[in-house]
Design a binder for this molecule. Structure first.
Ligand SMILES: [Fe+2]
Ligand SMILES: [Fe+2]
Length: 319
């Protein structure tokens, strides 16, 4: 969704030949940050791929898309496989025009080691592949780096660092837990600030239920937040209800303590058919304010299509 400021100026132009003057209007469109969700669970496949364009730089977050291998003991439906392919095409198209690619961690819905050409001549920021990482992701990171060897223009470790490209500032968080504990390793959250818009992509925080996950957001005061919301589809099983409560408390804290305009909870959150009612307290809190809480599909102007969560239905319809 592009955010533009339109400035119009009125001026008088004198025509010497006709000895007359005309009123002319000069219009200047100042383009600020474009935030384009490319692939999300609310689009029908697992991903948080996002394209950001500022006046200074084009950035692609987490170029990967995957499908839940088993839901309701069913493998991905044909419709999900088709959607995954379509979304991957969109990611590849945006990768071609991006200057900088970010890989927030090494799960296959956030990067794909089988397409090293995606990284050709790009500046790459990656989650530290050796420190604050679990065993499985360490192995995946090693394999990924072998596959892309000598392909990107440069590879930088993202964790706890910041960079500037002309007027665009990029700030990476310290490693924060993937979810509510470090069993699945760590991810980095990212702020992009072009001086007009402040945008944060949280990566897989599954909440945010933990203090340091939410502290990065509070500290950097985003206007737009792409949030990996609570993993409520596994509530009471893998995801404790006290983590859902804490996440709701933290989302309300973000609304109360920052200048947030739009929160986009998605990814693990939109695997839950009941996602809207889970955030009932949040919707009550934003009533009468300008704050929006919408899925990535709604932000992008698409239909919400929770294909994984509706897998059982998809099979029933096609049988
Ligand atoms: Fe992940
Ligand atoms: Fe993920």
């Amino acid at each position: 969704m592009p955010i533009s400021f339109i400035l119009s100026f009125c001026a008088m132009k004198y025509d010497f030949a006709k000895n007359t003057s005309h009123l002319i209007i000069l219009t200047i469109i100042i383009q600020t940050m474009k935030i384009i969700p490319l692939a999300f669970d609310s689009f029908g496949a697992r991903s948080m791929a996002t394209y950001i364009e500022t006046r200074d730089i084009k950035i692609l977050f987490d170029p990967g898309v995957a499908l839940g291998p088993s839901r309701y003991r069913l493998p991905p439906h044909k419709k999900e496989i088709e959607r995954e392919g379509e979304l991957w095409e969109d990611i590849r198209d945006k990768a071609k025009i991006s200057d900088l690619l970010i890989v927030t961690h090494y799960h296959y819905d956030h990067h794909d080691p089988n397409y090293p050409e995606l990284y050709k001549d790009k500046t790459l920021f990656i989650k530290d592949p050796k420190n604050n990482i679990n065993y499985s992701q360490k192995n995946r990171a090693k394999y990924f780096l072998e596959q892309i060897k000598d392909i990107p223009k440069e590879i930088n470790t993202a964790d706890n660092s910041s960079f500037e490209y002309k007027n665009t500032k990029i700030v990476f968080s310290k490693p924060v837990c993937h979810g509510t504990n470090n069993r699945l390793g760590y991810v980095v959250e990212t702020l992009i600030d072009d001086g007009k818009e402040r945008f944060i992509h949280t990566s897989d925080v599954e909440g945010p239920a933990l203090d340091d996950q939410v502290e990065f957001i509070l500290e950097h005061n985003p206007k737009t937040l792409i949030l990996d919301g609570p993993m409520s589809y596994l509530l009471g099983y893998v995801y404790p209800s006290k983590c859902l409560e804490k996440s709701i408390e933290n989302i309300i804290k973000i609304i109360d303590e920052t200048d947030i305009g739009t929160i986009i909870p998605d990814h693990h959150f939109t695997r839950d058919l009941h996602y809207v009612e889970r955030l009932k307290d949040v919707y009550e809190r934003i009533e009468g304010t300008d704050v929006k809480v919408i899925t990535a599909a709604e932000y992008a102007g698409r239909d919400v299509e929770l294909l994984e969560a509706r897998r059982k239905e998809l099979y029933a319809k096609s049988s």
